[in-house]
Design a protein around this ligand. Sequence first.
Ligand code: ADP
Length: 596
Amino acid sequence: MRRNYFKAILVFLIIFSFAFFIGFKINKSFGILKNGDTYSDDEANMIYSLTDYQWDSSTNTYYFDLIRKNKYQQLELIYGKLPSEVYINGTALKESSFFTRLLLSSHLFIDNKIRIVFDTNIDPHKTPIYVTTTPSAEMALTTFNIVFAFSLGITFLMFIYGLSLYHRKKTEKYLLWFAIYTGALTLWSVLPLFVGTGINFLRYYAFAWCVILDIVICFKMFDIKLPGRLNLLLSVRGVISILVLWSILESIFPKLHSEIYVYSLFLFSIGVLIYACVDKRKGGWLLISGHALSLGLRMAIPLSSLSSSSVSYPLRALQFSKFFNVPFAFCCMLLINHIFAEKYTEAEILAKELEQINQNLDKKVLDGKLALEEQMKRRHSLMMNIFHDLRTPLFVIQGCTEKITSQPQLLNTELPIIKERLDFTKHLVEDLFLMAKLEDKQVILEMDRIPVSSLIKNVISACSIEAEGKNIYIDAELKCECLTWGDEYRLKQAFQNLLLNAIYYTKPKGRIYISLEKKKNITIISFTDTGIGISPQDIDKIFDRYYRISHTDKHQSTGLGLSIAQEIIQQHLGSISVESQLGSGTTFTVHLPIIS
Ligand code: ADP
């Protein structure tokens, strides 16, 4: 933390010193003329500051004697705002807003000498008067006008930029403050143009307003809050109150106009910016650099005047054009651009994600629709099969009863057919009912500890009549005495379906192999037959409800046996799988959890 403070202060000081050094260098590179010096032609393009004013005790005035080299030398004065009255041969110089050019015509010289007299009451060192040749004066003032228009234009455009962005995005309050800040800078830059008008008095306050708003913008750009109620000072009302209060104080104590008081306010901005850097706020380093640059350029002017009692024309031009405001305001604008660019990128990413989600959703909806259509189709064909299976026995029974009515002697031959068809219908209806209940989880399982091997033995003996009827040998290898949680009746039903299928789809004199073993905490029961097998295209569908493979083998097939078995096993937290080789045989394997 301390290291970060140190780093932020160091960065500030380095950039500040750099800007200050440049300003100081510019100041030094322009010459000064002392009282009584002669303007030589050697450096004709130089713009000299007048300094070292002499005190005349007889008239109680300061004066400056400027001597031209010869009567052909044409010199011009450039002067800016004059804090003291200045006279040449008794004629006062006109007050100007920025710089004024005054050609020193020959009649003003007496023996090539001209005396510029200053009002005694005010220190003439603060009066910026420069002397140069006509071409240099022309060029200097043109350059100044360009720099002035540039700074004014930039601050004004930044004001419009902030305002228009805020107009679009009212939630981003820092945009409003940026607009207010750059608006104040624009006002401050433009006010000298109104010298002599009613609003000229604002000139004296605008500097302090800009400095106070400079502090506020530092808080706002990083959304830094003051503790507790103090934060009210940063609200619109709070800031307006501070500006008004400072202006009133300035009116009562004109000393407050003094730059030293206003400059000391910058310590607040610097403090906020250092805090922003230490707190790793986005743009902290950018704004502290911009501020250091602006302040360095700004401070070069008063500090240069302290050292050599003169401020060169270029530095004064920099001050009058308010150019030093530009770097910091520009950095604020860069930060705003950065924030917006980031938000735009975020929005783009979100839009892409949303598009992806939409696409996925569309796909899901489409898949769901297809699945639903498929389900509807299957349900429809299921219903048709069921109706068909229910109708066929009814037709058979109807035919038989008609036969018996017309030929009662056929009763004994037709009755077994009627019974067989009724059995099938009952079996089908029961299976359908059970399947529906299993699917709706309406079958209440009576859970108990079930010894799996005895259950298998039970199933084998229950199916023995069918096996013996086809002369099929059942070989059982029950290797473990595992216990499972389950409903004995339902489990028996599931296994019976598997064993009966094995018997049905195995040719007479075939073999069925049943095995029971344990792996970790799972019991594995498999039913392997040497029957007709299942083709690869059918194997995935045999667990579907009502799915039957049409083959010649005849038994009372409902297409529900495997679905019922699977449903029961799954409700016992187990699984069922099948492997088959067409023509060689099939193995159904059941996995069930065991009680350890
Ligand atoms: P089904 O009442 O027709 O036996 P299932 O649901 O029990 O109905 O079986 C569905 C289909 O799976 C059967 O029609 C049959 O073709 C096939 N199948 C089931 N078990 C075997 C097996 N052990 N060997 C060959 N095919 C079998």
